[in-house]
Design a protein around this ligand. Structure first.
Ligand SMILES: Cc1cc2nc3c(=O)[nH]c(=O)nc-3n(C[C@H](O)[C@H](O)[C@H](O)COP(=O)(O)OP(=O)(O)OC[C@H]3O[C@@H](n4cnc5c(N)ncnc54)[C@H](O)[C@@H]3O)c2cc1C
Length: 265
């Protein structure tokens, strides 16, 4: 079967693209490797998404997105995409046993966490941390000094015995609002530490929030080159399209714009 569109990733960008594609009657698949909703799921409070004065938790916003998908009769297919390539104008998306052929592909796969080199702890989680991670009554160590580290710390402080943020820099680079919230939530902040000093800190749960990078290795190089020359039906959306601008509203807008570009072709 040849689909009009295959959407890879069911975060805010992919979900928005799917809702828009459905509205215009496109025949498409929406593929997701993990929990739908993407990174937004981990946000403690999203204050900059229109329509929610006072903000909304990432989890609630994602629940609303998923209800919207269900209401529109859109199914999310569980599939980790391993490869996207092009053959005579038809795009092939491969994941495990599944192969989907489509006239256009939207890659809305977000960003990949930067890994710690040689961590001393047995188990390190990388943000956003899945909700299955049990932290109730545990001592949690969060490495990093940006928005993600502080946002995770505030979330975890509700149930953990203690939450410590450790960073190399002399002061946090997170929004002051988040830093204040962490302080009010009893989070301990340790600044100006060397890697050796951080490695000596003991904890039951360790979470690294040391940045994210764009990783498009699933896309065949010739296809990516053609995309860069605007010669293909491959579209990047959300964080994957602009790794330095990480906002739900931007991702949602991208989903609509990519589908519009496909409809106009
Ligand atoms: C802790 C935290 C707090 C945040 N706070 C805010 C905030 O307050 N306001 C705001 O606007 N933004 C916030 N953000 C940023 C926001 O969540 C992201 O910008 C947004 O989720 C990006 O959406 P996306 O769809 O581009 O990517 P993502 O949300 O990353 O979704 C990508 C999806 O693609 C899936 N995927 C990846 N690779 C594959 C593959 N090979 N096959 C199949 N599926 C794949 C992933 O599993 C994921 O579900 C926050 C993020 C975090 C982590």
């Amino acid at each position: 079967m040849l689909y009009d569109l295959a959407i890879i990733g069911a975060g805010p960008a992919g979900i928005s693209a799917a809702i828009h594609a459905k509205r215009f009657g496109l025949n498409f698949v929406l593929l997701e490797k993990g929990a739908a909703g993407g990174q937004a799921r981990a946000a403690n409070l999203i204050e900059n998404f229109p329509g929610f004065p006072g903000g909304i938790s990432g989890q609630r916003l994602v629940d609303n997105f998923l209800s919207h998908l269900a209401g529109a009769g859109i199914e999310i297919i569980k599939c980790e995409v391993k490869k996207v390539c092009s053959n005579e104008g038809v795009l092939t998306v491969t994941g495990g046993e599944s192969i989907f052929q489509a006239k256009a592909v939207i890659v809305a796969t977000g960003l990949t966490p930067i890994l710690l080199s040689e961590p001393p702890w047995m188990n390190v989680h990388y943000y956003p941390v899945p909700s299955e991670i049990i932290h109730k009554g545990k001592n949690v160590l969060i490495i990093g000094g940006g928005d993600a580290a502080f946002d995770e710390a505030v979330s975890f402080s509700k149930r953990a015995a203690s939450v410590t943020i450790a960073m190399r820099s002399q002061k946090p680079s997170a929004l002051q609002k988040l830093v204040d919230k962490a302080a009010q939530s009893g989070v301990i902040v340790k600044t100006g530490l060397s890697d050796k000093e951080i490695a000596k800190l003991a904890a039951d749960v360790v979470i690294a929030c040391i940045g994210k990078v764009l990783d498009l290795k699933i896309v065949d190089k010739p296809l990516l080159d053609a995309k860069n020359k605007r010669q293909s039906n491959l579209h990047l959306c959300g964080d994957a399209a602009h790794p330095d601008i990480r906002h739900v509203a931007a991702a949602v807008g991208d989903g609509v714009m990519a589908v519009e570009r496909i409809l106009q072709k």
